[in-house]
Design a protein around this ligand. Structure first.
Ligand code: NAD
Length: 220
């Protein structure tokens, strides 16, 4: 499958590294300031910046590409992006985190919250660790976990080069139960984005990674 990379930074390069193994050929690499020429790609993977997302989505759809949107911070433009995609015969799948493991972890955390709810002796807590360059704290993933387990507080540690660790713990007077997702690097996001590219190809409509995970679970 032919893919275009919009944003050729850390994520664009990580996706390119895994593309061939995932049966994808990179036919265009478009970074800031370059023309939006998609080179006949079937799917465009956007890991760039929120500025200009509307124009990029419109151009990609007009060029006949389905879209994987990994760029974060475009909540304000989202209704318009959805309108553009839904008004076309193209598809888009969006996620602030394309790591499949994180989405399975979210579901585990949700189940754990249900399991522990009747047992008052267990107190719930969570924390997250990221490299020192990460600006947002807590991370978007931590906020998603917090929403799933109904816990308002997530201390965030910014240190060294940790790619991303999220822990939920249940503590009682006699024991501690911990659930941890520990990313080893960007490959989890890149692999998930390529999986999403195969999933969205030829599928009109606007989707999130929850739709992909839900479909995989229904198939088992
Ligand atoms: P990065 O800074 O390493 O790379 C971004 C690249 O995009 C840069 O090369 C920059 O020049 C380019 N760029 C910026 N604006 C552009 C535009 N308008 N058109 C074309 N290119 C443009 O950042 P990164 O770590 O690769 O992350 C990129 C984006 O993906 C960020 O929004 C980040 O939050 C997001 N991200 C998402 C996931 C996920 O799983 N969804 C994972 C990691 C990062």
């Amino acid at each position: 499958m032919k893919i275009a990379l919009v944003g050729y930074g850390k994520m664009g390069r990580a996706i390119e590294q895994l593309a061939q193994g995932a049966g994808c050929t990179v036919v265009a690499r478009i970074d800031r300031g370059a023309p939006l020429a998609f080179g006949g790609a079937e799917v465009c993977l956007d890991f760039a910046s929120a500025e200009g997302i509307l124009q990029r989505a419109e151009s990609a759809v007009r060029a006949g590409c389905d879209l994987v949107i990994g760029t974060t911070g475009w909540e304000r433009e989202r209704p318009e992006v959805e309108r553009i995609v839904q008004g076309s015969d193209r598809g888009a799948i969006a996620a602030a985190n394309f790591s499949l493991g994180v989405h399975l972890f979210l579901r585990l955390a949700e189940q754990a919250a249900l399991l522990f709810r009747p047992f008052a002796e267990y107190d719930v807590g969570m924390y997250e660790l990221h490299h020192r360059h990460k600006r947002d704290a807590p991370s978007g993933t931590a906020l998603a976990i917090a929403a799933k387990i109904g816990h308002p507080d997530c201390p965030a540690v910014r240190c060294g080069s940790i790619p991303g660790t999220h822990t939920v713990l249940y503590d009682s007077p006699v024991d501690t139960i911990e659930l941890t997702h520990r990313a080893r690097g960007r490959d989890g996001f890149a692999a998930g984005a390529l999986q999403a590219a195969r999933w969205i190809a030829g599928r009109p409509g606007f989707f999130t990674i929850d739709d992909l995970v839900e479909e995989a679970l229904q198939c088992t």
